[in-house]
Design a protein around this ligand. Sequence first.
Ligand code: HEM
Length: 223
Amino acid sequence: MRYVKRTVMLSEGEVVRLHRPTFGVEGETYGLIARTTQLDARLAPSVFGLGLLEAISDQDILAGADPKDRDGDGISGRAAIVDGAIGRIGWKAGQSRIADQNVKALSLDIGIGNRRHAALWGGCTAAQTKCRDGPHGGSSRHDGLAGVAEDTATARGWRTALLWGIGLTQAVSGHAFYLHDDRARGLTEVVLWHGGEAQPARNRFAALAKRHRDALLVFLTSL
Ligand code: HEM
């Protein structure tokens, strides 16, 4: 894993050093992986408050969607539709229910088969038994779930993050890293990684007087 670094200057001369992880695989033990395999990191997301997300009605989510940006605020929120239901869970809102996320993650990420999702060992070669027995034997390299390398915070498809409890990340998860691939160390870096439709918000943050920027960060951690 290597980091691509860049420096950003905010108002009043505040300097922030951003770093973005990039990936490669060296010294494969179980044979070479296909050159076309794409790799990307995923931070295990904080899960506090997730039950509340299930409790929001479909109608309320659909009422908040604005895919054609009819209100002209520059932000076109879309509801994710997964098998006819509204996607709510996961970095890309790829599951509509927490239970679905759980059974898939058990099988695909940890390798624990369950009634709804058998563990996918069929593709392993004899040389891979050690890997299969390991605690994370079913990594994405085997099951075809390898992530696609994606860039800015608002590259299409990422679910707009839940900010409730964000200030508890250190206490609950034992770290203060954010965004889908762990690239942001702290909340200032998070905001600076925003792009696309969130670029104007990011630019306003960078231009704020430092005391207002600091006040926004305190507000964020109070949610
Ligand atoms: C100043 C205003 C904003 C603040 C303070 C803010 C704050 C945050 C924070 C703290 C996260 C990280 C959550 C985590 O990793 O657990 C995040 C992620 C995200 N935000 Fe914002 N946000 C702002 C504006 C916006 C806007 C306007 C949009 C959409 C147009 C947006 C879309 C997203 C998305 C899609 C992610 C997830 C991206 C990823 O994981 O790579 N944000 N935001």
